[in-house]
Unconditional design. Structure first.
Length: 344
C-alpha cells in the first residue's frame, strides 16, 4: 500500500485542498497537531527574523476522519491560501514559465507555498502511518546561509536529543548555531535577498532488506522529496562527500552482532545497494533559496510582453518552509516500502 497525495485548487479559490489516499484506518487526526505542522514555517522564520508578520493558513477536515480517526477512506483537508499573485506576471524560478511555455494558464497553478501547506498536511498523516509501523522520522537544519550544524554522524544524538529537535525553532542541536543562522538570514533579508540551506532527515526503525532492484529505496525516497518545491538535491549518508573519499573510508563495515549482521560506518546512510541495511536511514535535502526576494524583482508581464516588477509581501526562508513537508515525504516513502515488503 502506498500513500498517494493529490492537491486541488488555485489562486482565486476560496479554499484549496489535499486528498490523501492509502492511509490505514485508526490513525489519529488531531487538529492541534495539524495546526502546529502548518505553523512550523512561520515559527521558525519568526525565530530567525523577529518582528516579521507572516500569514498562517487555516485548515479543516472535510472527509475521511469523522470521529478524529481515519476510516480507511481517503482523507480530505481544505485550507486557505497564503499566497498572493500579480495578474499576468511570471514569478522567476517557479513553474510559471514552464506552464506558460506549455500554453497553460500559469496563474491558475497552485503556488509553491500553498503546495507545501497541502503536502505538510499529508505528511503529518504519513508520519502517523509510519509510526504505526514502528518508523519514526525526524529532521534538523544542517546548514543555512553558509552556517553549518553538526551532522547526525558527527553529533551521534541520543533518541532523547533527536526527539527534542522537533520542539526547537529552528531545529538545531546548539543554540549558538541558531543564533549564527539567524544573523545570516537577517543579513540576507536586509540586502533584499534570501538564503537556502540543507536539511538532514533520519528514519528510525526501518527493517533491513526493504527495497528491490526494481524499486530501490533511493528512488522511492527521492521521488517523494523531489515533489516538494525548492528541493534542489537529495543524497544519502555522506552524499557528495563520498566522491572525495577513498574506498576504505567510504565503505561500510560488516560486523556480526547477536545473531545478526550490522552495517557500520554510515557512509551510505543506512543503505546497502538498493536495500535498507537495518541502520537509521539518513537523507540530506538541499533546499534552494526562495525565489521570492524582498523588494523589487524584475520579471515579465505576459499580457503586454513587457518588463514588470514583483514585490514579496513576506520574508521567506525556504528551508523552514520545506522541513515539515520533507519529513512527511520521507515518512510517506518509508510507509510504502514497509507495506510493500510485508506484502512480499
Amino acid at each position: 500500500m502506498k500513500i498517494s497525495v493529490d492537491l486541488f485548487g488555485g489562486p482565486g479559490d476560496e479554499l484549496l485542498g489535499v486528498r490523501i489516499a492509502g492511509l490505514p484506518a485508526g490513525l489519529p487526526v488531531e487538529p492541534g497537531a495539524l495546526r502546529a505542522a502548518l505553523s512550523r514555517r512561520v515559527r521558525c522564520t519568526r525565530a530567525l527574523l523577529p518582528g516579521e508578520r507572516l500569514s498562517e493558513p487555516v485548515c479543516r477536515i472535510a472527509a475521511g476522519a469523522p470521529e478524529g480517526e481515519t476510516t480507511g477512506a481517503p482523507v480530505v483537508f481544505l485550507y486557505g491560501s497564503v499566497e498572493r499573485r500579480e495578474p499576468g506576471v511570471l514569478r522567476p524560478s517557479t513553474g510559471d514559465l514552464g506552464a506558460f511555455l506549455r500554453g497553460e494558464r500559469f496563474e491558475s497553478r497552485m503556488g509553491e507555498l500553498d503546495r507545501l501547506c497541502g503536502l505538510t498536511l499529508a505528511g503529518e498523516l504519513a508520519r502517523e502511518a509510519a509510526l504505526s509501523e514502528g518508523v519514526t522520522v525526524l529532521g534538523h537544519l544542517l546548514s543555512a546561509g553558509g552556517v553549518e550544524e553538526r551532522s547526525f554522524e558527527r553529533q551521534r544524538p541520543t533518541p532523547e536529543e533527536l526527539e527534542a529537535l522537533s520542539s526547537r525553532e529552528p531545529a538545531v542541536f546548539l543554540p549558538e548555531t541558531a543564533e549564527a543562522m539567524g544573523r545570516a538570514v537577517r543579513a540576507a533579508l536586509e540586502r533584499g535577498d534570501t538564503v537556502g540551506g540543507m536539511l538532514e532527515l533520519v528514519a528510525l526503525g526501518l527493517p533491513g532488506g526493504l527495497g528491490s532492484d526494481a524499486r530501490p529505496v533511493q528512488a522511492e525516497v527521492a521521488r517523494a522529496l523531489f515533489e516538494l518545491p525548492y528541493v534542489a538535491g537529495v543524497s544519502f549518508g555522506r552524499g557528495e562527500a563520498l566522491a572525495s573519499e577513498p574506498g576504505h573510508r567510504a565503505v561500510d563495515r560488516l560486523r556480526p552482532a547477536g545473531g545478526r549482521v550490522r552495517s557500520e560506518g554510515g557512509g551510505f546512510g543506512g543503505l546497502c545497494g538498493p536495500f535498507t541495511s537495518g541502520e537509521p536511514l539518513v537523507v540530506r535535502v538541499t533546499v534552494a533559496p526562495s525565489p521570492l526576494l524582498r523588494g523589487v524583482q524584475e520579471s515579465v508581464d505576459v499580457r503586454a510582453m513587457d518588463r514588470a516588477e514583483l514585490r514579496a509581501a513576506e520574508a521567506h526562508f525556504s528551508p523552514a518552509e520545506v522541513q515539515a513537508a520533507a519529513e512527511g515525504a520521507l515518512a510517506r516513502a518509508a510507509y510504502g516500502l514497509v507495506c510493500g515488503f510485508r506484502r512480499g
